[in-house]
Design a binder for this molecule. Structure first.
Ligand SMILES: O=P(O)(O)OC[C@H]1O[C@H](OP(=O)(O)OP(=O)(O)O)[C@H](O)[C@@H]1O
Ligand SMILES: Nc1ncnc2[nH]cnc12
Length: 199
């Protein structure tokens, strides 16, 4: 149907369940909260079904999700695709592997309202069983793209090929050009279920 987004006739309903928190966590940030969307069975199912349709077919071997909100949608998608799920974690959360068998890959980055560090275990992918992991990276939201770019870098260091970054919400504005940044710095395309144009 022309003029409809990727969620088609479901878009308005799903969009209505994104709550805005102006000036949070910092003045000037228009925070988009997907808690009401996650809490709604119909909206959650529509989001996961839409992503599963896009990435189904057997090419994807793993879904990776970014700590913490990316875990919600990411793990549900992995289940729907019958894939494994990889956690890209915030600093200090990954336990050591048995006796030096793995190391922790780490990258500092900036996001819309701060700085942080992401980590991935070097042995996240069992490459003896899946020789070339093909991954869709999932998060709730793309703003500057700093978080997703760092996650792509880490997953590649761990041996993955990133097929696409998928988010529920993308914020597009003069200052937030995450899609462009991902393409320029990580050579990856983004797929968003909902787009929000700010400013
Ligand atoms: O495109 P960017 O500007 O990098 O911003 C997007 C990131 O910001 C939020 O994560 P946050 O660090 O707030 O973590 P949370 O999921 O633990 O709330 C969001 O979940 C994305 O991961
Ligand atoms: N505006 C925003 N709303 C929700 N999460 C975010 N992460 C980065 N920017 C965000």
């Amino acid at each position: 149907m022309p003029g409809l987004g990727v969620l088609g006739v479901h878009e308005a309903y799903v969009r209505s369940l994104v709550r805005r928190a102006p000036d949070w966590p910092k003045k000037g940030t228009a925070f988009l909260d997907m808690n009401p969307l996650l809490a709604d069975a119909r909206a959650l199912k529509q989001c996961i079904d839409s992503l599963a349709e896009r990435y189904g077919g057997g090419f994807i071997t793993h879904v990776a999700g970014i700590d913490a909100r990316g875990f919600t949608v990411g793990c549900a998608l992995a289940y729907a695709l019958n894939c494994g799920f990889i956690m890209v974690r915030k600093k200090g959360k990954i336990p050591p592997g048995p006796e030096g068998s793995s190391s922790i890959l780490s990258e500092d980055y900036e996001l819309e309202y701060g700085k942080d560090t992401l980590e991935v275990a070097s042995d996240s992918f069992d490459t003896a069983r899946v020789t070339s992991p093909r991954v869709v990276l999932v998060d709730d939201l793309l703003a500057t793209g700093g978080t997703a770019t760092a996650a792509c870098n880490l997953l590649r260091l761990a041996g993955a090929t990133i097929v696409e970054v998928a988010v529920v919400m993308e914020i597009m504005s003069e200052s937030l050009q995450g899609r462009r940044r991902l393409k320029e710095e990580a050579y990856i395309d983004a797929h968003a279920l909902l787009t929000f144009c700010e400013e």
